[in-house]
Design a binder for this molecule. Structure first.
Ligand SMILES: Nc1ncnc2c1ncn2[C@@H]1O[C@H](COP(=O)(O)OP(=O)(O)OP(=O)(O)O)[C@@H](O)[C@H]1O
Ligand SMILES: [Mg+2]
Length: 370
């Protein structure tokens, strides 16, 4: 999937911006506060109807405006026709998503526009709470297996029911038995899909990290949220007094996590800032590779301030890998010189200069010469 044209209205400091990006590398540069991250936000809004930075739409819509709108023409691989997609949201909470004259919902949108974001928040995969790592795994499962979203939603519903019964303090054993059986069924489905996804991701993650960082003793392991030597139904029974006391269910996929270690030590504790950026980038690049294998299509990468934290050699390795993947990328940086030199002559490179919320398109050749 690639974005052939974009029309952005009222996203942060972008009141009206239009662009025709390249299918390959798009460099967005400009001084601090010019609107580079806002442009990535607009593409994220196109794919998810929300911001990647804030949960509050009020911060995403341009100050004193009531509605954000992003319109795009999309092209699928092997198809020359363009499909229109429009996503709008207003401050009253109304979301409207139209794809080829049909209304679609947010999960259909997320599946249609597969986005992978690499920004300062990505460090949270290593440094943040397990929920961030579950989001990472769930992104992959959602795209890899159509049945994942249904199993996940059902699990969430049953878990909420069980937890509200626990909060009441007393549960009829028969009713609990029914909920627990449902919970275990969905927990197993989710866990199988998550484990399968990690198994598929792991070899690519290790190969890409080696390419970006050289020989490094990295490991990635998945913990499903309960002791796998124990049956979940038995565990739920055994832990009931504790669950009742706490008012929530302690064991299950809602506690799943992923551990990344270097030399057997937590990567979050061991690695430097630049190395952490390379590890989280390798994770996201591996997700793109696995996605491509499943769907025979590419994800769209949004990479905010690619050069930050990286030295010239690692920056170049990162760019080379991206280029080889053939995905459409939107990459921001402050100085175009910091990235323009890393691309092959035949790469379709398009540069866009942001200036006070306006876009100034510069010739791709010119960018290579900078
Ligand atoms: N809701 C909003 N309405 C209007 N302007 C906003 C809104 N939210 C943020 N801004 C402004 O938009 C401008 C562009 O922000 P953005 O984060 O896109 O800059 P940037 O080019 O990525 O800068 P940097 O190089 O510092 O990362 C900033 O001046 C910011 O204050
Ligand atoms: Mg920025």
């Amino acid at each position: 999937m690639s974005i052939k044209s974009l029309k952005i209205q009222n996203i942060r400091n972008l009141d009206h911006v239009e662009l025709e990006p390249s299918d390959a590398v798009n460099l967005i540069y400009g001084v601090n506060g010019s609107g580079k991250t806002s442009l990535l936000e607009a593409i994220n809004f196109l794919g998810l109807a929300r911001s990647f930075r804030t949960r509050k739409f009020a911060y995403l819509v341009t100050h004193e405006q009531k509605e954000s709108l992003v319109f795009a023409q999309l092209q699928s691989p092997g198809d020359h026709s363009l499909q229109p997609l429009g996503v709008s949201r207003d401050t009253s909470g109304n979301v409207n998503i139209r794809y080829t004259a049909t209304n679609i919902d947010i999960s259909q949108l997320a599946s249609l526009v597969p986005l992978l974001v690499i920004n300062t928040d990505s460090f949270q995969i290593l440094e943040g709470s397990p929920s961030i790592r579950r989001q990472f795994i769930d992104w992959g499962c959602f795209h890899a297996d159509q049945s994942y979203i249904k199993a996940w939603r059902s699990f969430k519903r049953v878990l909420q029911q069980r937890n509200s019964l626990l909060k009441c303090g007393k549960i009829d054993p028969q009713i609990r038995g029914v909920w627990d059986a449902e919970l275990v069924k969905y927990a197993q489905q989710i866990t199988q899909m998550r484990q399968r996804y990690i198994d598929q991701l792991l070899p690519d993650f290790l190969a890409i990290s080696q390419r970006l960082m050289g020989e490094i003793d990295l490991s990635l392991s998945f913990s499903p949220g309960w002791d796998q030597k124990r049956a979940l139904d038995e565990l739920l029974e055994e832990q009931l007094p504790r669950d009742l006391k706490q008012g929530y269910t302690a064991a299950g996929p809602q506690r799943a996590d992923m551990r990344i270690k270097v030399d057997g030590v937590s990567a979050s504790e061991r690695l430097s800032r630049g190395q952490k950026k390379l590890v989280v980038s390798a994770l996201k690049l591996a997700q793109g590779v696995v996605y491509n294998r499943f769907k025979e299509d590419n994800c769209i990468y949004l990479i905010d301030d690619l050069p930050s934290e990286l030295d010239a050699k690692h920056c170049q390795l990162f760019c080379q890998y991206l280029e080889q993947m053939g995905s459409q990328c939107f990459i921001t940086c402050v100085e175009p010189e910091s990235l323009a030199k890393y691309w092959q002559e035949d790469t379709a490179l398009q540069s866009f200069k942001m200036q006070a919320g306006q876009l100034i398109t510069s010739d791709d050749q010119q960018a290579k010469e900078i």
